[in-house]
Design a protein around this ligand. Structure first.
Ligand code: G3P
Length: 233
C-alpha cells in the first residue's frame, strides 16, 4: 500500500518526506485554511517535496466551474491531482477532466455505490473516508472492504485511497482491506513509527556496545578506511 500524507503543512511534509516513505500527498480546503501564507505556494512546495501525486481540491459546486478550477490547479505542478467532492456535478467534472488527461481524486466517498459511480466517471483515486464513518458508530473497515470487493470484479483502474485516518490501526486495516493508497495525517504517521520496545531495544544495543569501547574504535577505523565518513550512498 502506498502512503500519502494528508496535510496542508509544508513543515509536516518536510519532516515525513525525509523518512523516504511518502509516494504522494493530499490537501483539502480545511487543511489549507489552517496554514498561514499562500495556498498555491504551499501546494507547489508539497509537490516538490513528495515528487508524487498531490491532490488539490476544487471548491465550486458547478461542474463547468469545477473543470475550470481543476484545469487551473493543474498548472501549479505536473504532480497535481484534481480533488473533486462527490456529487452529480463532481461526477460530470471528473468525466470531463479525466477525458482531457487530468487525474482526479474523487473525495468524500462513504459507500460502495458512491465508489462504483466514481469509478465509472473515471476517477483515478477514490477517497473513501474511515474516521468520519467511525464517528457515526458505523464500522468503517466493513465499508472499506465492501468498496474494495465491489470495485475489483469490475476491473476498474480507479485506486481506492483510504482517507480520514484517525489512528495507526486504520492504516493497517486499510492495507489489509486491499486499498492501493492511504493518505495519513502527520500525527498518525508519527504514531505508526513509534513503539516502546524499539526505543528500549536501541537503548540496550547502545549500552551494551559502550561496554566494549574498543568496538567504537574499530568501527570508526572501518569508516575511515572505507572512506564513507558522512558520504552520500
Ligand atoms: O483529506 C481528506 C480526508 O483525509 C480528511 O478527513 O476526517 O480527517 O477531515 P478528516
Amino acid at each position: 500500500m502506498r502512503l500519502f500524507i494528508d496535510t496542508g503543512s509544508v513543515k509536516e511534509v518536510e519532516e515525513i518526506a525525509a523518512w523516504g516513505v511518502l509516494s504522494g500527498a493530499t490537501t483539502n480546503p480545511s487543511l489549507l485554511a489552517k496554514e498561514e501564507g499562500d495556498p498555491g505556494e504551499a501546494i507547489k512546495r508539497i509537490c516538490d517535496l513528495v515528487q508524487g501525486p498531490t491532490s488539490a481540491e476544487v471548491v465550486s459546486r458547478d461542474a463547468k466551474q469545477m473543470v475550470a478550477e481543476g484545469r487551473a490547479l493543474r498548472t501549479l505542478s505536473e504532480h497535481i491531482v484534481v480533488k473533486v467532492p462527490f456529487s452529480p456535478a463532481g461526477l460530470a467534472a471528473t468525466r470531463e477532466l479525466t477525458q482531457d488527461g487530468h487525474p482526479v481524486n474523487m473525495t468524500l466517498v462513504f459507500s460502495a455505490n458512491q465508489a462504483l459511480l466514481s469509478a465509472e466517471a473515471g476517477a483515478t483515486y477514490i477517497s473513501c473516508f474511515m474516521g468520519r464513518v467511525d464517528d457515526m458508530s458505523v464500522d468503517s473497515v466493513a465499508v472499506l472492504e465492501e468498496i474494495v470487493d465491489a470495485l475489483r470484479p469490475a476491473g476498474t483502474t480507479s485506486q481506492v485511497l483510504a482517507a480520514s485516518l484517525r489512528n495507526p490501526m486504520h492504516a493497517v486495516q486499510a492495507a489489509k482491506a486491499g486499498c492501493e493508497v492511504s493518505t495519513i495525517p502527520y500525527k498518525v504517521l508519527k504514531g505508526m513509527l513509534e513503539h516502546p520496545l524499539t526505543t528500549s531495544g536501541i537503548e540496550r544495543f547502545e549500552a551494551d556496545w559502550q561496554k566494549r569501547p574498543e568496538f567504537a574504535t574499530w568501527l570508526e577505523g572501518l569508516v575511515r578506511e572505507a572512506g564513507t565518513v558522512g558520504a552520500a550512498s
